[in-house]
Design a protein around this ligand. Structure first.
Ligand code: PHE
Length: 384
């Protein structure tokens, strides 16, 4: 009798264990590392919202490989130290195998070193500096990808537009020497602009983390009489510098890159300016129009109107969809298999068709936008 009871107990325990296992919901964690505070918070909010929209859509359709997707959102502040802390936290504590982020190249580069060593897949939606996916020796970091074009292309597009379309012959470059993205983009612009026959009539650096007064540089800009001022920084610095330039009577248009893309860009100060970017809501492709509808239904602005997604939201949505599609194609939550699936992917994203080159960079076109009358308007597409 005793023996029978203990056997029954064992059987019961086993049954409970089996049922427990079956019922435990399988979860796939995806970390989203975005600058929700710090110098460029609109970048973080858009990135988080774009990524979460994609995750919610997948979950509504049953998740991926029968797993529910759980986001782990961390504020990485567009700054190396907080970004490193956030990466270590999600990898070591939350045990994620996948990271979407960061936005800023100077934060994505240190994260990529940690993720790659841990065999964690990182896909940056928006970091355009070449060093994100390639190490110092020129080797591709096996587990690191991005969803955007790179700065050698973006700088070339900007310089070609300035020279050919705006007929600029003399350019002045202002750049933040402590920001990998700004420095890289300034170099790419200069290379193409001079190659086309243009002249750089001045090139001055500042420290974007500290400097708020650009008057010394702007005095030089005024004296050099350029046709265009290239300022490939983020919107917070662009707002300060263009406002001070207008106050100084500088009339040459400013031009920049994707870092200008923000609902907080001071369109009055940068009026007449141009910037290169990843996507335009005016694009009539179904991928873009469907995304606009879904994003507008999910998120509202202060006046309760549907929010229009910026490039950061579009690329975070693309990066998350790319990653989840690669996991589905791989058939397993295994980063070696997923990395191979990423390398072979062909995906119709909001920001264009994505396939990867050997450096894990998508080959994609760019758009040129113009700031005019308080608005940002579509100017043209440039093919890759
Ligand atoms: N490309 C920028 C970087 O690498 C980030 C960025 C992308 C900002 C798109 C705004 C819009 O740092």
């Amino acid at each position: 009798m005793k023996r029978f009871l203990s056997l029954t107990a064992i059987v019961l325990v086993l049954m409970v264990a089996v049922i427990g296992c079956q019922q435990a919901p399988k979860v796939l964690k995806v970390a989203v590392l975005a600058p929700l505070s710090g110098p460029v918070p609109t970048f973080g909010v858009s990135t988080r919202d774009g990524a979460l929209l994609a995750i919610n859509e997948w979950n509504a359709k049953g998740g991926v490989l029968n797993m529910k997707i759980t986001p782990v959102v961390e504020d990485s502040q567009c700054t190396p130290d907080p970004a490193v802390n956030a990466a270590n936290k999600v990898i070591n504590q939350d045990k994620v195998h996948y990271i979407v982020g960061e936005v800023c190249s100077k934060a994505s580069i240190p994260i990529s070193e940690i993720a790659n060593a841990a065999k964690v897949i990182q896909i940056s939606p928006t970091s355009t500096n070449t060093a994100v996916t390639v190490d110092k020796s020129g080797a591709t970091k096996a587990y690191i990808f991005r969803a955007c074009f790179i700065d050698p292309f973006q700088g070339k597009v900007g310089a070609t537009f300035a020279f050919n379309n705006l007929k600029a012959k003399n350019a002045f470059i202002m750049f933040d020497q402590s920001n990998d993205y700004v420095k890289g983009l300034a170099e790419a612009f200069e290379a193409t602009f001079t190659q086309l026959g243009g002249k750089i009539v001045g090139k001055e650096s500042y420290d974007g983390a500290k400097d708020t007064d650009f008057s010394a540089i702007l005095t030089k800009v005024k004296g050099a009489k350029p046709d265009i001022v290239y300022l490939p920084d983020y919107y917070n610095v662009v707002n300060l510098a263009t406002k001070q330039a207008k106050a100084k009577g500088i009339t040459a248009p400013f031009m920049g890159g994707d870092g200008w893309d923000s609902s907080d860009l001071d369109t009055k100060a940068s009026d007449g300016g141009y910037y290169t970017n990843h996507y335009s809501p005016d694009d009539q492709r179904a991928e873009v129009q469907n995304f606009l509808k879904a994003y507008g239904a999910a998120y509202k602005d202060d006046k309760n109107n549907p929010k229009v997604p910026d490039a950061l939201a579009a690329l975070a949505y693309d990066a998350t969809n790319l990653l989840l599609t690669a996991i589905k194609n791989a058939g397993a939550d295994n980063t070696d298999k997923v990395k191979a699936a990423m390398e072979g992917i062909s995906f119709d994203a909001v920001s264009g068709k994505i396939t990867y080159d050997a450096q894990h960079n998508p080959v994609k076109g760019a758009v040129i936008l113009k700031v005019t009358g308080g608005k940002v308007t579509f100017n043209s597409f440039v093919a890759p």
